[in-house]
Design a protein around this ligand. Structure first.
Ligand code: WTA
Length: 596
């Protein structure tokens, strides 16, 4: 239904349930004994979970959630590491029509609280502790420190994963295994999937935008499942009977939602799920997993490939990677050097690479080669997936560019399109449809089209930075930095980085005549870790007596980016105090000299 752009609908009047499509359908068709997940823990623990087993646990947990008072339409937060229970939790929510709101495990408890507050979550499913390269990080206790005042949150379900001691608040907190067992005793194993409208919300996923407040991307059911299952099947040329597929992302990001959970399960695929980091217990752990499970399709981020290049080819060379037949890349532009290494060292020069461009908002892959069909060029995501209409528009005229650079837009609605920003409809329109009207979705990326019509995505045009494939807003980091009592002002930019794609650089002015030193740097970085998460800590902090501002007081981040990238400075005449620039340039050069 496209009668009211940009509020598009799909399959209006149709009924569907995502958990039924991902589980019951396969079991009913006699595929219950197929392994859905080969889960592997950090210390070598192993669980092979079949479709029948996954369905049984999802039914019980769905029934347990209902017993806890979770109803159709209630938002349920999920803050879990890469353990099978995260998949169970998501599908159990889908089964009863409770939209889930998953928060990546690398976010801090404070970031979780904010996301629970914005979405008015009724329940939160979390864990006692999480594996962190041989150590255990307490999770539930951290959550407790910040969650106290949240009145909408009635229930916290705790998965006992590592046995980390934690306090349980009477009347609010329950153990996952206990409510699961109780549901089983009550006959919860028959919890049928609720027939839901095709447009029923499946989930909210918060992502970063131009301001400090994250955007709640809302996806619904029918169109989303269509998008993720079709792209998962065609882009990865999936043969569900024989392939072993591994998406090495975290479930907490959209890549995990679409290509660990919904796409692969809807297609009845067998997947690998790895609990830990790529370098623990050693830097060859990924390649060991590929050999062990005979993985045939690997989907990961360029940043991981660049890390492997740095660690050296001796790690993958110790393993038999001959099961691989297809490689995928996602999350950031893949530089040609990383592409070629991936092709040679990992793919043995026989595996096609699909460089897939998409976003949390698009729900599914939008621009990508199709293996065996599209001739690839290292560094280009090539062409739109069939049915997708992408254009590059000139920044000045707004007209399509036939060859050259401009703004990437999508000019036709697609099934897995975001439906709105949760509780922020005006922001939805302003962010994506103000610039070119209600029928042209503004992506937020700059791109180049070449003479063959291939699209090369360059990077964000807004204040979003991409650090190791993690999407962050500079405003979010700034707001975390200025919350520090010693800080007067801060401006954050993304700087090109060999390893992580972009690195966060913060220009900071301290209060009064405080002097910046190493201890202050650590304290500011710690503050960012607490408010957002460790992955958001600035790589560099540059002390500034003043920041470049216009006469009206607006910080000119563009000039800071120029300094950081060592570019000739643009126009500085509109600055209130042009001398500020010379001083900052000196500081940046000093820091660069120290680092090299
Ligand atoms: C970037 C991740 C170049 C882009 C799925 C986009 C890419 C943002 C690619 C979305 C790619 C993603 N080539 N850039 N293949 N894939 N991006 O929402 O800037 O976390 O707008 O979704 O990542 O990040 P998000």
């Amino acid at each position: 239904d496209d009668s009211n752009p940009p509020f598009y609908k799909r399959f209006v009047g149709g009924k569907i349930n995502a958990s039924h499509n991902c589980l019951d359908r396969h079991v009913e068709a006699g595929r219950g004994e197929r392994v859905a997940l080969h889960w592997r823990g950090e210390e070598g623990e192993e669980r092979d979970i079949t479709y029948a087993e996954l369905l049984a646990e999802v039914k019980c947990f769905a029934s347990a959630l209902k017993e806890q008072g979770v109803c159709k339409g209630d938002v349920v937060g999920i803050y879990l590491p890469m353990i099978p229970e995260v998949v169970v939790a998501m599908l159990a929510c889908a089964r009863i029509g409770a939209p889930h709101n998953v928060v990546f495990g690398g976010f801090s408890a404070e970031a979780v609280r904010e996301r629970m507050e914005f979405s008015e979550a009724k329940a939160l499913i979390t864990v006692d502790g999480a594996a962190r390269k041989g150590k255990t990080a307490p999770v539930k206790d951290r959550v407790d420190e910040v969650m106290g005042e949240l009145s909408t949150l009635e229930t916290i379900v705790v998965v006992r994963s590592k046995g980390t001691p934690c306090e349980m608040k009477a009347g609010r907190d329950v153990y996952y295994d206990e409510i699961l067992a109780a549901a089983e005793r009550r006959g919860g194993s028959d919890c049928p999937a609720e027939p839901l409208d095709a447009e029923h919300p499946l989930y909210i996923l918060y992502t970063s935008g131009s301001t400090a407040k994250p955007k709640g991307i809302l996806h619904t059911t029918g169109g989303y499942l269509t998008g993720v299952s079709a792209t998962h099947r065609y882009v990865f040329d999936l043969k569900p009977e024989t392939d072993v597929y591994w998406c090495a992302a975290d479930v907490g990001w959209v890549t995990g939602h679409s290509y660990i959970v919904y796409g692969p399960l809807a297609n009845g695929a067998t997947s690998v799920m790895w609990e830990g980091a790529p370098d623990y217990p050693n830097k060859g752990v990924w390649w060991g997993l590929i050999e062990r499970y005979k993985v045939s399709i690997l989907y990961c981020a360029p940043t991981a490939i660049r890390a492997c290049i740095k660690w050296g080819a001796q790690w993958p060379e110790q393993h038999d990677l001959s099961s691989l037949r297809l490689l995928g890349s996602v999350g950031e532009p893949i530089n040609p050097k990383a592409w070629l290494w991936y092709h040679k060292v990992i793919g043995g020069e026989r595996c096609p690479i699909v460089d897939t461009w998409w976003q949390t908002e698009t729900g599914a892959i939008m621009i990508t080669p199709l293996p065996g069909i599209t001739a690839t060029k290292p560094g280009s995501a090539t062409r739109p997936f069939p049915g997708v209409q992408a254009k590059v528009l000139s920044e000045s005229s707004g007209e399509p560019v036939s060859e050259g650079q401009g703004l990437l837009v999508l000019t036709h609605p697609w099934p897995s399109m975001l439906r709105t920003l949760y509780k922020e409809e005006d922001r939805f329109i302003a962010t994506y449809f103000e610039r070119f009207g209600n029928e042209t979705y503004l992506v937020g990326d700059a791109a180049r089209v070449d003479s063959d019509g291939y699209i090369w995505v360059i990077g964000r045009i807004d204040d979003v930075v991409n650090v190791s494939g993690h999407r962050l807003s500079t405003a979010e980091v700034e707001s975390a930095i200025v919350a520090h009592p010693d800080v007067a002002e801060a401006a954050v930019i993304g700087q090109h980085d060999e390893q992580s794609g972009q690195a966060i650089v913060a220009f900071v002015t301290l209060q009064g005549d405080l002097q910046g030193d190493e201890a202050e740097i650590e304290s500011i970085r710690e503050g960012v870790a607490e408010r957002i998460g460790k992955f958001a800590r600035p790589k560099r902090i540059i002390w500034a007596d003043d920041l470049p501002k216009t006469r009206s007081g607006k910080i000119m981040r563009r000039l800071l980016r120029d300094i950081a990238e060592g570019r000739a400075l643009g126009d500085v005449t509109t600055l209130r105090d042009p001398a500020v620039m010379g001083e900052l340039e000196g500081r940046v050069k000093e820091l660069q000299a120290q680092e090299s």
